[in-house]
Design a protein around this ligand. Structure first.
Ligand code: PLP
Length: 414
């Protein structure tokens, strides 16, 4: 039979439709990140998920009822459900091995929603001492609603000791910021199961490429998608992944009520970022390891904190939890001298930017005492070792020799 333009087009459409229904199961992450939310528009042949920049959707004319999204939610108003946002969430659920996911206007919006959804007056939360400063500040502010807040840590043993039968929620970060302590997440999960507490793991610093807490039994995983998931320092976003019973039955409603859904454009950017997540994270880790090894030998550096270094206190647990010899893309270190020495180093950097945040393509130097840890109670900051000589570097994707050269020049000014 001769191939006509028409039969060719209909054959392509057929293949595409079959592909849409393919069940990918345990496909490798890289494939899920690219094909986790297949889209196909019959009229145009578009298969890249578009930005559905629309606030409203038409109701069915005959019945006046809203259409439903694939998870059975009304598709009528973008504060609740939006197709670009939904595509992102399907992909996130696949790569983090959860049943469902939700995306938010920021990591803090995701964390606030979880706290409001799962805590009530008289309840108790155990929160790790060394979490992101604003997360700790938010948790402490819950006291005014009658929630008991127990700040525990910084290490696994102290956190486990604080989890009593009365605790309803436990919040930890897999790898802490800026000291890069690695917690024994499976051991904390085990204790939470014993007492019936819900455990939430902020996996922002580690990413699903390196470790997936849901596979070890965590109830929910949170990411500031502003960091590695989006990956280009151009979007603020947050995500939560977990079982359907928590995501669609409880948190979906809280997101709707709080009005903190991600925008369609930002969802598009995170979805695009995910397509290269694995490649980027591998390279971030490779560069970070080389930078940590360089700093470890540097005469102007008194200490390097990086779990990829064999003599690091957390190397053993990191090796056990993390995949393929990857230890993250952030390196913290102490500069010999005082605050003035640190400021001279920061001022002498040329390529590396002084800025908050991490996980983007650009290398970013952060001075923790004035950024992430600034809102921490000073006594906690001190106890954790977040002192004036400490710098945190989010190692970017530039040529590693250029990163090292910039650091070397700047350290000479210390
Ligand atoms: N969790 C961690 C570990 C973070 O580092 C941050 C921000 O730096 C957040 C949560 C908050 O995320 P966002 O800034 O996207 O609100």
């Amino acid at each position: 039979m001769p191939i006509t333009a028409e039969s060719y087009v209909s054959a392509v459409k057929l293949v595409a439709r079959d592909f849409l229904t393919l069940e990918k199961g345990d496909a490798p992450m890289q494939t899920d990140a690219i094909h986790g939310s297949e889209y196909f528009d019959e009229d145009t042949g578009t298969f890249i998920v578009p930005i559905f920049q629309t606030a409203i959707f038409e109701l069915e004319r005959n019945r006046g009822l809203p259409r439903k999204s694939d998870r059975g939610k009304d598709l009528k108003y973008s504060r609740e459900e939006n197709p670009t946002v939904r595509a992102l969430e399907k992909t996130l659920a696949k790569i983090d091995k959860g049943e469902d996911a939700l995306s938010f206007s920021s990591g803090m919006a995701a964390i606030s929603s979880v706290f409001l959804a799962f805590l009530k007056s008289g309840g108790e939360i155990v929160i790790a001492k060394e979490v992101y400063g604003s997360t700790l500040q938010l948790a402490l502010s819950l006291k005014k609603f009658g929630v008991k807040v127990t700040v525990a840590g910084p290490d696994t043993e102290q956190i486990i000791e604080s989890i009593s039968e009365r605790v309803s929620l436990v919040f930890v970060e897999t790898m802490t910021n800026p000291m890069l302590r690695v917690l024994d997440i499976p051991a904390i999960i085990k204790r939470c199961k014993e007492v019936g507490a819900t455990i939430i793991v902020d996996n922002t610093f580690v990413t699903p490429v390196i470790y997936r807490p849901l596979l070890d039994g965590a109830d929910l995983v949170i990411h500031s998608a502003t960091k590695y998931l989006a990956g280009h320092n151009d979007v603020i976003a947050g995500v939560i992944v977990g079982p359907r019973r928590l995501i669609s039955d409880i948190l979906w409603d809280w997101r709707r009520l709080l009005g903190c859904i991600i925008s369609p454009f930002d969802a598009f950017l995170v979805l695009r970022g995910l397509k290269t997540l694995e490649l980027r994270v591998k390279k971030h880790c490779e560069n970070a390891k080389a930078v940590a090894e360089f700093l470890n030998e540097h005469p102007k550096v008194s200490e390097v904190l990086y779990p990829g270094l064999p003599d690091n206190k957390y190397h053993g647990i990191a090796r056990r939890l993390f995949s393929n010899g990857m230890y993250g893309g952030v390196v913290s270190f102490r500069v010999k001298g005082n605050m003035n020495s640190v400021i001279r180093v920061m001022s002498a950097l040329k390529m590396i930017k002084i800025s908050p945040s991490l996980g983007g393509t650009e290398s970013i130097m952060t001075y923790p005492i004035v950024t992430g840890a600034a809102t921490m109670p000073p006594e906690i900051r001190e106890e954790l070792g977040i002192t004036e000589d400490l710098l945190r570097l989010s190692v970017g994707l530039e040529d590693v020799n250029d990163i090292i050269e910039d650091l070397d020049r700047a350290l000479k000014a210390a």
